[in-house]
Design a protein around this ligand. Structure first.
Ligand SMILES: [Zn+2]
Length: 341
Protein backbone atom coordinates (compact mmCIF):
# COMPACT_ATOMS: atom_id res chain seq x y z
CA UNK A 1 0.00 0.00 0.00
CA UNK A 2 1.23 3.50 -0.84
CA UNK A 3 0.94 6.73 1.13
CA UNK A 4 2.29 10.20 0.32
CA UNK A 5 5.55 11.13 2.09
CA UNK A 6 4.23 11.82 5.58
CA UNK A 7 4.46 15.13 7.46
CA UNK A 8 5.26 15.34 11.18
CA UNK A 9 4.22 18.85 12.19
CA UNK A 10 5.67 18.73 15.72
CA UNK A 11 9.19 17.47 16.41
CA UNK A 12 12.13 18.57 18.54
CA UNK A 13 15.41 18.01 16.71
CA UNK A 14 17.43 19.61 19.55
CA UNK A 15 19.56 21.73 17.20
CA UNK A 16 21.11 24.07 18.21
CA UNK A 17 22.27 23.34 21.72
CA UNK A 18 21.02 19.81 22.47
CA UNK A 19 23.02 17.77 19.97
CA UNK A 20 23.82 15.06 22.51
CA UNK A 21 20.09 14.16 22.49
CA UNK A 22 19.49 14.37 18.71
CA UNK A 23 20.99 16.11 15.70
CA UNK A 24 19.77 16.89 12.21
CA UNK A 25 21.34 13.78 10.73
CA UNK A 26 19.96 11.29 13.29
CA UNK A 27 16.63 13.08 13.65
CA UNK A 28 15.94 13.22 9.91
CA UNK A 29 17.09 9.58 9.52
CA UNK A 30 14.57 8.63 12.25
CA UNK A 31 11.98 10.57 10.24
CA UNK A 32 12.65 8.57 7.07
CA UNK A 33 12.67 5.31 9.05
CA UNK A 34 9.22 6.32 10.28
CA UNK A 35 7.82 7.25 6.85
CA UNK A 36 8.11 11.04 7.29
CA UNK A 37 9.64 13.12 4.51
CA UNK A 38 8.72 16.55 5.91
CA UNK A 39 9.26 17.78 9.47
CA UNK A 40 8.21 20.93 11.25
CA UNK A 41 10.69 21.47 14.07
CA UNK A 42 10.14 23.39 17.28
CA UNK A 43 12.07 26.53 18.28
CA UNK A 44 12.68 25.82 22.00
CA UNK A 45 16.38 25.24 21.31
CA UNK A 46 19.50 26.83 22.89
CA UNK A 47 19.41 29.61 21.85
CA UNK A 48 15.66 29.68 21.12
CA UNK A 49 14.63 30.75 17.61
CA UNK A 50 13.03 34.05 18.58
CA UNK A 51 15.07 36.39 16.37
CA UNK A 52 15.28 36.38 12.58
CA UNK A 53 19.05 36.02 12.77
CA UNK A 54 18.99 32.91 14.96
CA UNK A 55 16.10 31.43 13.01
CA UNK A 56 17.88 31.95 9.67
CA UNK A 57 21.11 30.31 10.85
CA UNK A 58 19.19 27.32 12.20
CA UNK A 59 16.99 27.01 9.09
CA UNK A 60 19.99 27.07 6.76
CA UNK A 61 21.72 24.41 8.86
CA UNK A 62 18.55 22.28 8.88
CA UNK A 63 18.29 22.53 5.10
CA UNK A 64 21.94 21.57 4.58
CA UNK A 65 22.26 18.73 7.10
CA UNK A 66 18.90 16.95 7.02
CA UNK A 67 17.97 13.90 4.94
CA UNK A 68 14.41 15.15 4.43
CA UNK A 69 12.67 18.53 4.29
CA UNK A 70 12.80 20.35 7.63
CA UNK A 71 10.97 23.62 8.29
CA UNK A 72 11.51 25.48 11.56
CA UNK A 73 8.86 27.19 13.62
CA UNK A 74 9.55 30.70 14.82
CA UNK A 75 9.43 31.09 18.60
CA UNK A 76 7.56 33.80 20.49
CA UNK A 77 8.98 35.77 23.38
CA UNK A 78 7.68 39.09 24.63
CA UNK A 79 11.25 40.52 24.73
CA UNK A 80 11.60 39.93 20.97
CA UNK A 81 8.04 40.73 19.88
CA UNK A 82 9.40 43.26 17.35
CA UNK A 83 10.97 40.34 15.41
CA UNK A 84 7.63 38.65 14.71
CA UNK A 85 6.62 40.45 11.48
CA UNK A 86 10.00 39.62 9.91
CA UNK A 87 9.92 36.02 11.15
CA UNK A 88 6.40 35.68 9.74
CA UNK A 89 7.71 36.33 6.24
CA UNK A 90 9.86 33.20 6.41
CA UNK A 91 8.55 30.65 8.95
CA UNK A 92 5.49 28.48 8.25
CA UNK A 93 4.18 28.98 11.78
CA UNK A 94 4.76 30.50 15.21
CA UNK A 95 5.06 28.42 18.38
CA UNK A 96 3.78 29.84 21.65
CA UNK A 97 4.13 28.12 25.03
CA UNK A 98 1.44 28.96 27.57
CA UNK A 99 2.09 26.07 29.94
CA UNK A 100 5.20 24.65 31.50
CA UNK A 101 7.39 22.68 29.17
CA UNK A 102 11.00 21.79 28.46
CA UNK A 103 13.12 24.78 27.47
CA UNK A 104 13.20 28.53 27.98
CA UNK A 105 10.16 29.73 25.99
CA UNK A 106 7.08 30.55 27.98
CA UNK A 107 4.62 33.42 27.62
CA UNK A 108 3.31 34.60 30.98
CA UNK A 109 -0.21 35.89 31.12
CA UNK A 110 -3.03 36.73 28.73
CA UNK A 111 -1.95 40.34 28.10
CA UNK A 112 1.43 39.26 26.69
CA UNK A 113 -0.24 36.50 24.69
CA UNK A 114 -2.69 38.98 23.14
CA UNK A 115 0.18 41.24 22.07
CA UNK A 116 2.06 38.34 20.48
CA UNK A 117 -1.02 37.00 18.72
CA UNK A 118 -1.77 40.42 17.19
CA UNK A 119 1.85 40.86 16.05
CA UNK A 120 1.59 37.67 13.96
CA UNK A 121 -0.30 37.85 10.62
CA UNK A 122 -3.75 36.32 10.28
CA UNK A 123 -2.90 33.98 7.41
CA UNK A 124 -0.22 31.91 9.18
CA UNK A 125 -0.93 29.52 12.06
CA UNK A 126 0.04 30.04 15.68
CA UNK A 127 0.79 26.65 17.26
CA UNK A 128 -0.14 26.82 20.91
CA UNK A 129 1.03 24.65 23.78
CA UNK A 130 -2.11 25.06 25.89
CA UNK A 131 -3.36 22.66 28.54
CA UNK A 132 -6.61 22.70 30.52
CA UNK A 133 -8.17 26.16 30.85
CA UNK A 134 -5.47 27.63 28.61
CA UNK A 135 -7.32 26.04 25.68
CA UNK A 136 -10.21 28.41 26.35
CA UNK A 137 -7.74 31.32 26.32
CA UNK A 138 -6.48 30.15 22.90
CA UNK A 139 -10.01 29.94 21.55
CA UNK A 140 -10.67 33.47 22.82
CA UNK A 141 -7.56 34.67 20.93
CA UNK A 142 -8.86 33.11 17.70
CA UNK A 143 -12.24 34.76 18.19
CA UNK A 144 -11.05 38.21 19.33
CA UNK A 145 -8.21 38.73 16.87
CA UNK A 146 -9.20 36.45 13.95
CA UNK A 147 -5.94 34.54 14.16
CA UNK A 148 -5.43 30.90 13.14
CA UNK A 149 -4.80 29.02 16.38
CA UNK A 150 -3.49 25.45 16.13
CA UNK A 151 -3.63 23.53 19.40
CA UNK A 152 -0.66 21.20 19.92
CA UNK A 153 -0.89 17.76 21.54
CA UNK A 154 -4.46 17.94 22.86
CA UNK A 155 -4.86 15.17 25.44
CA UNK A 156 -8.00 15.67 27.52
CA UNK A 157 -11.75 15.20 27.01
CA UNK A 158 -12.63 18.73 28.20
CA UNK A 159 -10.05 20.22 25.80
CA UNK A 160 -11.15 18.33 22.69
CA UNK A 161 -14.80 19.12 23.43
CA UNK A 162 -14.06 22.85 23.72
CA UNK A 163 -12.26 22.74 20.37
CA UNK A 164 -15.18 20.85 18.80
CA UNK A 165 -17.52 23.64 19.99
CA UNK A 166 -15.16 26.34 18.70
CA UNK A 167 -15.05 24.65 15.29
CA UNK A 168 -18.84 24.28 15.23
CA UNK A 169 -19.04 28.07 15.65
CA UNK A 170 -16.72 28.59 12.71
CA UNK A 171 -13.67 29.84 14.61
CA UNK A 172 -10.29 29.43 12.85
CA UNK A 173 -8.93 26.71 15.15
CA UNK A 174 -7.26 23.38 14.35
CA UNK A 175 -5.65 20.75 16.55
CA UNK A 176 -3.30 17.82 16.71
CA UNK A 177 -2.98 14.82 19.03
CA UNK A 178 0.05 12.62 19.64
CA UNK A 179 0.33 8.84 19.34
CA UNK A 180 1.36 8.55 23.00
CA UNK A 181 -1.90 10.20 24.08
CA UNK A 182 -3.84 7.87 21.77
CA UNK A 183 -2.05 4.63 22.63
CA UNK A 184 -0.90 5.04 26.28
CA UNK A 185 -2.69 5.94 29.52
CA UNK A 186 -1.88 6.97 33.08
CA UNK A 187 -1.50 3.25 33.85
CA UNK A 188 1.35 3.00 31.34
CA UNK A 189 2.96 6.06 32.92
CA UNK A 190 3.30 4.12 36.20
CA UNK A 191 4.93 1.21 34.38
CA UNK A 192 7.24 3.39 32.26
CA UNK A 193 8.35 5.87 34.91
CA UNK A 194 10.46 8.67 33.38
CA UNK A 195 10.23 6.95 29.96
CA UNK A 196 6.49 7.65 30.01
CA UNK A 197 6.73 11.25 31.23
CA UNK A 198 6.02 14.11 28.86
CA UNK A 199 3.94 17.32 28.69
CA UNK A 200 0.99 17.04 28.61
CA UNK A 201 1.20 13.99 30.89
CA UNK A 202 -0.45 10.69 29.96
CA UNK A 203 -4.15 10.79 30.80
CA UNK A 204 -6.82 8.49 32.27
CA UNK A 205 -8.60 6.03 29.95
CA UNK A 206 -11.73 8.23 29.61
CA UNK A 207 -9.63 11.05 28.11
CA UNK A 208 -7.99 8.61 25.70
CA UNK A 209 -11.45 7.31 24.73
CA UNK A 210 -12.62 10.89 24.10
CA UNK A 211 -9.72 11.51 21.69
CA UNK A 212 -10.65 8.38 19.74
CA UNK A 213 -14.27 9.58 19.57
CA UNK A 214 -13.04 12.72 17.79
CA UNK A 215 -10.49 11.00 15.53
CA UNK A 216 -12.67 11.33 12.40
CA UNK A 217 -14.02 14.80 13.16
CA UNK A 218 -12.43 17.38 15.49
CA UNK A 219 -8.84 16.16 15.26
CA UNK A 220 -7.04 17.61 12.23
CA UNK A 221 -3.67 15.90 12.47
CA UNK A 222 -1.50 13.50 14.39
CA UNK A 223 1.99 14.72 15.27
CA UNK A 224 4.60 12.78 17.23
CA UNK A 225 5.94 15.57 19.48
CA UNK A 226 9.22 13.65 19.06
CA UNK A 227 11.16 14.91 22.10
CA UNK A 228 14.28 12.80 22.65
CA UNK A 229 16.33 12.79 25.85
CA UNK A 230 19.19 10.38 26.61
CA UNK A 231 18.61 7.36 28.83
CA UNK A 232 21.02 8.79 31.42
CA UNK A 233 19.04 12.06 31.52
CA UNK A 234 15.84 10.04 31.92
CA UNK A 235 17.47 8.02 34.69
CA UNK A 236 18.61 11.11 36.61
CA UNK A 237 16.98 12.45 39.77
CA UNK A 238 15.25 15.25 37.84
CA UNK A 239 14.38 13.67 34.45
CA UNK A 240 13.26 16.08 31.69
CA UNK A 241 9.80 15.47 30.15
CA UNK A 242 9.50 14.19 26.57
CA UNK A 243 9.61 10.94 24.58
CA UNK A 244 10.74 10.10 21.03
CA UNK A 245 8.04 9.25 18.47
CA UNK A 246 9.18 9.54 14.86
CA UNK A 247 9.73 5.81 14.35
CA UNK A 248 6.68 4.51 16.25
CA UNK A 249 3.89 6.78 14.96
CA UNK A 250 3.18 5.04 11.65
CA UNK A 251 3.43 1.46 13.02
CA UNK A 252 0.96 2.35 15.81
CA UNK A 253 -1.53 3.84 13.35
CA UNK A 254 -1.18 0.98 10.86
CA UNK A 255 -1.81 -1.42 13.74
CA UNK A 256 -4.95 0.52 14.71
CA UNK A 257 -6.08 0.35 11.06
CA UNK A 258 -5.51 -3.42 10.99
CA UNK A 259 -7.84 -3.62 14.03
CA UNK A 260 -10.50 -1.47 12.32
CA UNK A 261 -10.10 1.48 14.72
CA UNK A 262 -9.18 3.93 11.93
CA UNK A 263 -9.09 3.77 8.13
CA UNK A 264 -5.93 3.92 6.01
CA UNK A 265 -7.49 6.87 4.18
CA UNK A 266 -7.89 8.72 7.49
CA UNK A 267 -4.23 8.05 8.40
CA UNK A 268 -3.27 9.75 5.14
CA UNK A 269 -5.43 12.78 5.97
CA UNK A 270 -4.07 13.07 9.53
CA UNK A 271 -0.40 12.68 8.56
CA UNK A 272 -0.33 14.39 5.18
CA UNK A 273 -3.35 16.28 3.82
CA UNK A 274 -4.22 18.25 6.96
CA UNK A 275 -0.72 19.29 8.11
CA UNK A 276 0.15 20.27 4.54
CA UNK A 277 -2.96 22.45 4.34
CA UNK A 278 -2.61 24.00 7.83
CA UNK A 279 1.05 24.98 7.37
CA UNK A 280 0.93 25.60 3.60
CA UNK A 281 3.81 23.19 2.93
CA UNK A 282 5.28 22.62 -0.53
CA UNK A 283 4.47 19.48 -2.49
CA UNK A 284 7.37 17.02 -2.79
CA UNK A 285 7.73 15.69 -6.34
CA UNK A 286 8.22 11.92 -6.86
CA UNK A 287 7.87 11.22 -3.15
CA UNK A 288 5.87 8.40 -1.54
CA UNK A 289 6.12 5.62 1.01
CA UNK A 290 5.19 1.94 0.78
CA UNK A 291 3.90 -0.21 3.63
CA UNK A 292 3.15 -3.90 4.09
CA UNK A 293 -0.06 -3.52 6.08
CA UNK A 294 -0.13 -7.23 7.01
CA UNK A 295 3.40 -7.62 8.43
CA UNK A 296 3.25 -8.58 12.12
CA UNK A 297 6.28 -8.01 14.35
CA UNK A 298 7.49 -6.77 17.72
CA UNK A 299 8.52 -3.08 17.74
CA UNK A 300 11.14 -1.95 16.90
CA UNK A 301 11.85 -4.13 13.87
CA UNK A 302 15.12 -2.30 13.14
CA UNK A 303 17.68 -0.51 15.33
CA UNK A 304 16.25 2.94 16.08
CA UNK A 305 17.84 5.87 14.27
CA UNK A 306 16.97 8.46 16.90
CA UNK A 307 20.12 9.31 18.85
CA UNK A 308 18.41 8.69 22.19
CA UNK A 309 18.03 5.03 21.19
CA UNK A 310 14.88 4.11 23.13
CA UNK A 311 11.11 4.18 22.69
CA UNK A 312 8.19 3.98 25.15
CA UNK A 313 6.66 1.49 22.68
CA UNK A 314 9.48 -1.07 22.72
CA UNK A 315 8.10 -4.61 22.91
CA UNK A 316 4.69 -3.72 21.49
CA UNK A 317 3.09 -6.04 18.91
CA UNK A 318 2.54 -4.18 15.64
CA UNK A 319 0.71 -5.05 12.41
CA UNK A 320 1.89 -2.92 9.48
CA UNK A 321 5.44 -2.13 8.49
CA UNK A 322 7.10 0.59 6.44
CA UNK A 323 8.95 -1.13 3.58
CA UNK A 324 10.23 1.68 1.32
CA UNK A 325 10.55 5.45 1.21
CA UNK A 326 11.02 7.20 -2.11
CA UNK A 327 12.08 10.83 -1.54
CA UNK A 328 12.29 13.18 -4.52
CA UNK A 329 12.92 10.33 -6.91
CA UNK A 330 15.43 8.26 -4.86
CA UNK A 331 14.91 5.21 -2.68
CA UNK A 332 16.13 6.49 0.71
CA UNK A 333 14.78 3.76 3.01
CA UNK A 334 14.38 0.06 2.40
CA UNK A 335 14.02 -3.02 4.65
CA UNK A 336 14.92 -1.29 7.91
CA UNK A 337 17.83 0.77 6.56
CA UNK A 338 18.08 4.47 5.74
CA UNK A 339 20.14 4.28 2.55
CA UNK A 340 21.02 7.98 2.55
CA UNK A 341 22.36 7.80 6.15
ZN1 LIG B 1 6.68 19.65 21.76
Amino acid sequence: MRFPGLIDAHVHLRVPGGEHKEDLHTGSAAALAGGFTTLLAMPNTQPPLVTLENWRIAQTQAQNQSLCDVFLFAGASIEHIAELPALAQHAHGLKVYLNDTYGPLRVEGTADLARIVQAWPAHKPIALHAEGDSVAVGIAMAALYQRRIHFCHISRKAEIELIADAKARGLPVTCEVTPHHLFLTQEDAKRLGALGDMRPRLAPQEDVDALWQHINSTIDCIASDHAPHTLSEKGSTNPPPGVPGLESTLPLLLTAASEGRITYQRISELLYTAPRRIYNLPEQPDTWIEVDEQAAYTFPDHPLYTKCGWSPFTGRQMTGRLTRVIYKGSVVYQDGKVLSY
